[in-house]
Design a binder for this molecule. Structure first.
Ligand SMILES: *[C@@H]1O[C@H](CO)[C@@H](O)[C@H](O)[C@H]1NC(C)=O
Ligand SMILES: *[C@@H]1O[C@H](CO)[C@@H](O)[C@H](O)[C@H]1NC(C)=O
Ligand SMILES: *[C@@H]1O[C@H](CO)[C@@H](O)[C@H](O)[C@H]1NC(C)=O
Length: 362
C-alpha cells in the first residue's frame, strides 16, 4: 500500500517536472546540476558558421571571419574566425552545461588536452548537409567533419586510454547546426540543385543526409544529439536585399518551417531505431529569432531589420572586412547581414538549453 502511494507520488512529481520543462524550462543553474549528475563530459559540434569558432582559418577558402570588425566584443577584442562580434551559441551552451566558456576549433593545432577533453567544434562556415554546399566554397563537408571526429576519438584514446575515450564520447552532447547555406547558397543561388529537386524534395534530401550523419556519429559513440533547426531564412537582411523585399520573405520562412517540422518529426523516430540509449532533440532557433525580429523591444533590441556591420544590408564575411560598425551591437539582432549578434546568440542558447537540450541530459 505504502509503496503504491510513493510510486504515485513519484509519477506525479515526474509528470510535473516534465510539465515544467515544457512550459517554463529549467533555469541555467538547474541545467548545470543536471548535466553534472548525468556525467555530461563534453560538447562536440558540427555544422556551419553558426557554430564554427575558426576551423575555416586553417582552410583555403574565402569564407572566414578572422579579421576586424569580427570579434569586436570577444575577450581581448580579438577576431577568432567566429562570424559574429563575440561568442557563438555553442560557447554559451558549453558554459551553461558547466564545461567551459569557449569551445575551440578542432583544426587549431595548439589545443591543450584540457581543451580537447571538454569539447571542440568540427564545424566549418558555409558548410551544409548537402556535400555540394561545402564544395562551392571549398570548406569542410559533414563527411570531413565526421572524419575529424574519428581523429578526435583516436587522440582521446592516446590521452585517456580506449575505455575512457569511449565513455567521454558516449557522455558527450553532440550539437549539429546547418541548413541555411544549403537553401540560400546551394538551392536558390547556384543553378544545379533547383534543376534536380523541387524545394520539398530538397528538404527530404537534406533531412536524409542529416540522419545519415547522425547515424555515423552514433557509430563513433555519440548518444545525445541536439539538432538545431534553420532560422527564419526570409528575415536575414541579406536575403531581403537579394529578394528585393523590405519585410521578411514569406515563402522562404515557409520553407524553413517545413524543413524544421521535418527534422523534428523524423529525428524522433530515427533515434529510436538506433538504440535504446540514444536520445535526440530538435533545438528550436526559429521561434525566438522570428519573435526578436518582429518584437525587438521585447528583448531590449532597437534594430532587427539590418546588421551592425557596414550598411547592414549586404555585408558578411569578406565584404564586412574593415567596415565600420554600429555603436552598440547589443541593441541589434544581427551583427552582419547573415549572422546574429553575440547578444542574440546568448538568448538563443539560453532558450534552447533550458527548453530543448535539457531533454537529452537525463
Ligand atoms: C556517472 O559516472 C559514475 C562514475 O563513473 C557512475 O558511477 C554513475 O553511474 C554515472 N551516472 C550516470 C547517470 O550515468
Ligand atoms: C567538388 O567539386 C569538384 C569540381 O567540380 C569535383 O571534382 C569534386 O569531385 C567535388 N567534390 C565533392 C565531394 O563533391
Ligand atoms: C516538435 O515535435 C513535438 C512532438 O510532435 C511537438 O510537441 C513540438 O511542438 C514540435 N516542436 C516545434 C518547435 O515545432
Amino acid at each position: 500500500m505504502k509503496i503504491t502511494v510513493v510510486h504515485m507520488f513519484l509519477a506525479a512529481a515526474a509528470a510535473l517536472q516534465t510539465l515544467l520543462w515544457c512550459t517554463s524550462g529549467l533555469d541555467i543553474r538547474e541545467v548545470r546540476a543536471l548535466a553534472a549528475r548525468h556525467n555530461v563530459s563534453c560538447v562536440l559540434i558540427f555544422g556551419d558558421s553558426t557554430v564554427d569558432p575558426g576551423n575555416n582559418n586553417f582552410l583555403s577558402t574565402d569564407f572566414k571571419g578572422n579579421f576586424v570588425p569580427y570579434g569586436r566584443d570577444f575577450a581581448g577584442h580579438r577576431p577568432t574566425g567566429r562570424l559574429t562580434n563575440g561568442k557563438l551559441p555553442t560557447d554559451f551552451i558549453a558554459e551553461f552545461l558547466g564545461l567551459k566558456s569557449i569551445v575551440p576549433a578542432f583544426l587549431d593545432r595548439g589545443l591543450t588536452m584540457e581543451e580537447l577533453v571538454h569539447g571542440v567544434s568540427f564545424a566549418s562556415a558555409a558548410s551544409g548537409y548537402d556535400d555540394f554546399t561545402a564544395n562551392i566554397t571549398n570548406v569542410m563537408p559533414f563527411s570531413k567533419q565526421i572524419e575529424y571526429l574519428r581523429h578526435y576519438k583516436a587522440k582521446l584514446a592516446k590521452l585517456l586510454g580506449v575505455k575512457r575515450a569511449q565513455e567521454t564520447i558516449n557522455n558527450a552532447v553532440f550539437i549539429v547546426s546547418a541548413g541555411t547555406n544549403d537553401f540560400i547558397q546551394d538551392y536558390y543561388i547556384e543553378p544545379q540543385r533547383s534543376k534536380q529537386f523541387t524545394v520539398a524534395q530538397y528538404q527530404d534530401f537534406l533531412a536524409n543526409h542529416l540522419l545519415q550523419d547522425i547515424n555515423e556519429m552514433y557509430r563513433v559513440g555519440g548518444r545525445r544529439f541536439a539538432v538545431v533547426g534553420v532560422p527564419p531564412l526570409g528575415c536575414l537582411p541579406l536575403v531581403k536585399t537579394l529578394w528585393g523585399e523590405v519585410d521578411c520573405v514569406t515563402n522562404l520562412n515557409e520553407v524553413a518551417v517545413a524543413f524544421n517540422r521535418k527534422i523534428n518529426s523524423t529525428l524522433t523516430s530515427f533515434i529510436k531505431m538506433l538504440g535504446p540509449d540514444a536520445r535526440a532533440v530538435y533545438f528550436d532557433i526559429y521561434s525566438i529569432l522570428l519573435d526578436a525580429v518582429k518584437n525587438p523591444m521585447k528583448y531590449g533590441f532597437t534594430e532587427s531589420s539590418k546588421g551592425c556591420c557596414g550598411t547592414g544590408m549586404i555585408e558578411f564575411g569578406q565584404s564586412c572586412k574593415g567596415m565600420g560598425t554600429c555603436k552598440d551591437p547589443s541593441k541589434y539582432v544581427f551583427w552582419d547581414s547573415v549572422h546574429p549578434t553575440e547578444r542574440m546568440y546568448h538568448l538563443i542558447a539560453s532558450y534552447g538549453v533550458t527548453r530543448d537540450v535539457v531533454k537529452i541530459l537525463v
